[in-house]
Design a protein around this ligand. Structure first.
Ligand SMILES: [Zn+2]
Length: 449
C-alpha cells in the first residue's frame, strides 16, 4: 500500500491528579446512588472517595471536574467485539468516546483466514493503540477440527501464537455429536486458556466435560439448548451454568435483534455507515439488502417471535443466576463499536432486567467472570479509575448511559469536546482513501497493510 496512513493524534488529557467533585456515585453492586461524593484519582487508580470536600481541601494542582447533577459509573465492558488492523483509528476512539473502556476481542482479520500463521491484527495496532483495555484476545476461530484427538495440539498452537482465548465455532454439521467441542473445552481447561464460543445443539452442557467453558455466545446458540417446550431440561441447564459461573453473552443486537432490525426499514442505521471504511460499509449495505430482499411478511413475524423468545430466555437466565454479560459482536452489519453496546443494554432492559442488573452486565459481571474479580468493578479506593460520567441517572433509565459527559480510562480524561473530536476523527479517517484502499485490500484476502 503506497498511500501512507495519517498519524493518530493524542486524544484526551492525562492529569497527574484528577478530582471529580460533588458527584453522585452509582454503586453497581447494590444498585444504589450515593450523592455528594468526591473521587480523587492518581495514576489511573482511585485514591480516595469521600463526602464532598470543600475547595480549600482539594489537592493542589489537581484537574477538577464538577460532578454536580452528574452520575459516575464504572467504565463499560463489551464482552464480544471484533478488531481489525485499522481499529486503532476507527473502532478504538469510537469505543472510548462511548464509555467502553474494556473489551474482549473475539476475533480479528486472522480469524477469517483460518491460518495460525497469520500475524494477528493486534500486533499491528498495539504499538500505537489508544483504546479500551483488552482483557483477552482470540485471533483464531476454530471452525474445523479433523478429530477430537487433535484438540490439544490445536489449543497448544493457538496459545503459542499468543492468543489468550479459545473461540470455538464448530457447527452441527462438522461436529454432530459435539465430541470435538467437548475435547476442545477440556483441552482448554487443561492448558488454562479460557474457552468460549458457539455450542453444537447436541452438546449436553450439564455434563462435567464442559466445566471449563467460560461463556456461551449469542442468543441463537443458547436457544436450541434451552427450549420453552422443554422447561425441565432448560432449568437444569441454567442451574448448571449458574453454579459453574459460565456466562451467557446474548449479543441480541447481532443475533435475533439484528434479524428483526435489518428486516425493518430503520433509517437511523444509515447514520452508522460514515464511521466505516468503504469496504465495510459496502458489506453492511449488501448484507442488509440481501436480508431484506429475502424476508417476507411470514419471516418477519417469525423473527419477531424468535426475538421475543430470546429476550424471555435472557430474563430466565438472569433469574436463574447465570451471569449475563453485555456483548455486541461489533463489526457485524450495523453493529458499530461503541454505540452498539448502548443498544445492547437497551435490549437487556427490554428483556426485563432492572437498570442495576443491566449495568452489572456491562461492569461487575464481566469483571468477575473475565477479569480480576468483582471488587474492582465498583468505584472504590484502590480500584482502576476507568469511569464514565453521565448527565442523567442510569438507575432511573438505562438510556442514561448514552448521555455521556466525560470518559476516564487508563489515566486519560476524555471530556465532551474531546469525545466530539474523536468521533469526527473516525469519520474523517473512514473516508480517507488510504483507509479505504487498505480495507478493500484486506477484504480481497491480501494482507491488510
Ligand atoms: Zn463475534
Amino acid at each position: 500500500m503506497s498511500q501512507p496512513l495519517d498519524p493518530i493524534p493524542q486524544f484526551g488529557t492525562r492529569p497527574d491528579r484528577l478530582v471529580i467533585a460533588n458527584v453522585t456515585i452509582i454503586d453497581v453492586a447494590d444498585g444504589t446512588a450515593r450523592p455528594d461524593q468526591t473521587v480523587t484519582i492518581e495514576g489511573g487508580k482511585i485514591v480516595s472517595v469521600a463526602r464532598a470536600v470543600k475547595d480549600a481541601n482539594r489537592p493542589a494542582g489537581a484537574m477538577v471536574i464538577d460532578g454536580k447533577d452528574k452520575f459516575l459509573i464504572p467504565g463499560l465492558w463489551d464482552a464480544h467485539v471484533h478488531t481489525l488492523a485499522l481499529s486503532d483509528r476507527l473502532h478504538f476512539p469510537l469505543m472510548l468516546a462511548h464509555g467502553v473502556t474494556t473489551i474482549r476481542n473475539m476475533g480479528d482479520g486472522c480469524s477469517w483466514r483460518s491460518t495460525l500463521d497469520c500475524v494477528a491484527d493486534r500486533d499491528q495496532w498495539q504499538p500505537s493503540a489508544q483504546g479500551p483495555r483488552i482483557i483477552a484476545s482470540a485471533g483464531y476461530h476454530i471452525e474445523q477440527l479433523d478429530s477430537a484427538e487433535d484438540a490439544e495440539r490445536l489449543v497448544k498452537a493457538i496459545k503459542a501464537r499468543g492468543d489468550d482465548l479459545i473461540k470455538i465455532q464448530l457447527d452441527d454439521e462438522s461436529d454432530p455429536d459435539a465430541s470435538k467441542f467437548a475435547a476442545l473445552v477440556r483441552a482448554s481447561g487443561r492448558l488454562s486458556v479460557p474457552a468460549t464460543g458457539h455450542v453444537p445443539s447436541t452438546a449436553r452442557l450439564t455434563d462435567s466435560l464442559f466445566e471449563a467453558l467460560v461463556s456461551i455466545e449469542h442468543d441463537s446458540q443458547l436457544m436450541p439448548l434451552c427450549r420453552a417446550d422443554e422447561p425441565v431440561q432448560c432449568n437444569a441447564l441454567l442451574a448448571t451454568l449458574a453454579q459453574r459461573r459460565t456466562a451467557y453473552v446474548p449479543t441480541h443486537i447481532a443475533s435475533t435483534g439484528q434479524d428483526l432490525a435489518l428486516a425493518r426499514h430503520q433509517p437511523e442505521q444509515d447514520a452508522l455507515l460514515p464511521f466505516n471504511s468503504s469496504a465495510l460499509a459496502a458489506i453492511w449495505r449488501a448484507y442488509r439488502w440481501l436480508h431484506r430482499s429475502s424476508t417476507d411478511v411470514h419471516d418477519l413475524r417469525a423473527f419477531k417471535q424468535i426475538h421475543r423468545d430470546a429476550l424471555r430466555l435472557t430474563l430466565k437466565a438472569q433469574r436463574a443466576g447465570v451471569p449475563i454479560l453485555a456483548g455486541t459482536d461489533a463489526l457485524d452489519p450495523f453493529v458499530l463499536h461503541g454505540p452498539a453496546l448502548h443498544q445492547e443494554l437497551a435490549y437487556l432492559a427490554r428483556a426485563g432486567l432492572s437498570p442495576a442488573e443491566v449495568l452489572r452486565a456491562a461492569t461487575m459481571s464481566p469483571t468477575m467472570i473475565l477479569g480480576e474479580g468483582d471488587e474492582t468493578a465498583t468505584i472504590g479506593v484502590g480500584n482502576r479509575a476507568d469511569l464514565v460520567l453521565l448527565n442523567h441517572n442510569p438507575l432511573s433509565d438505562i438510556a442514561a448511559t448514552q448521555a455521556i459527559n466525560t470518559v476516564i480510562a487508563n489515566g486519560v480524561v476524555y471530556g465532551p469536546d474531546e469525545r466530539v473530536r474523536m468521533m469526527a476523527f473516525v469519520k474523517q479517517q473512514a473516508a480517507r482513501f488510504s483507509v479505504g484502499a487498505r480495507s478493500w485490500w484486506a477484504l480481497a484476502g491480501f494482507d491488510p497493510v
